[in-house]
Design a protein around this ligand. Structure first.
Ligand code: CA
Length: 229
């Protein structure tokens, strides 16, 4: 199975650092230095499973690249490369469809752990049990990893899908943010709990009738979230 990762970074020293470390970890790395080039290379390599996107680039920026990738591809895992000063960018990146972010400067171990975790989720894991979970108006198909609401397909990223699956397997149960982070992102994940909230916010926009007044994903104050009533 191809272990292809795309790296979009205009600074050659950082790009080189990423390429060396991911190659060492067993990945085939496709390099690009501009957003336009990255989109072209992704078209030529539809089997790329994880993309690392720098944000500040000449030409179209990393957010726009992320948006364009997500417009046609929900399966690929996307990690944004952010600078420490770009706190807000993390959130913006996640709202445009990224699954994760890594803050520069990062260690080789951190980088590889993040890519490994996403790679497993983006289709590298063992096939799931065949089945469907029906909770009107939602139907979750665990074979195709798809969600329908009232018979209409809701386009989800892999992370959003995993959160929905966790919710629908635990109706009415309060799930802590730590529990969600462990289950969806994996125990080896380095990131912050905030990533859970950002993904939930995005998921609500997709599945709630009114995201301002959610009825499916309920907040359990000071703890986490609960599916249903
Ligand atoms: Ca840059």
């Amino acid at each position: 199975m191809a272990r292809k990762v795309l790296v979009l970074e205009d600074e050659s020293s950082i790009r080189g650092f990423i390429v060396i470390n991911l190659t060492r970890a067993g990945y085939e790395v496709i390099e690009s230095e501009s957003g336009e080039e990255a989109l072209e290379k992704l078209r030529d390599n539809p089997d790329v499973r994880v993309a690392l996107l720098d944000i500040m680039l000449p030409g179209i920026d990393g957010f726009e690249v992320c948006r364009r990738i997500r417009a046609t591809n929900t399966r690929i895992g996307i990690i944004m490369l952010t600078a420490r000063s770009q706190e807000m960018d993390k959130v913006t990146g996640l709202m445009t469809g990224a699954d994760d972010y890594v803050t520069k400067p990062f260690s080789p171990a951190e980088l590889t752990a993040r890519v490994d975790a996403l790679f497993r989720r983006a289709g590298g894991a063992a096939p799931e049990q065949v089945g469907e979970i029906l909770q009107e108006p939602f139907l979750l198909n665990t074979r195709n990893r798809t969600l329908e609401k009232n018979g209409q397909r809701v386009k989800l990223t892999q992370v959003e899908y995993s959160i929905m699956k966790m919710f629908m397997e635990n109706p009415g149960k309060a799930l802590s943010r730590e529990e969600i982070l462990d289950t969806v992102w994996g125990r080896d994940y380095f990131g912050e709990l905030k990533i859970v909230d950002v993904n939930i916010r995005r998921l609500r926009l997709k599945i709630e009738d009114n995201a301002q007044n959610p009825t499916f994903i309920n907040t359990v104050w000071g703890y986490g979230y609960k599916w249903g009533f």
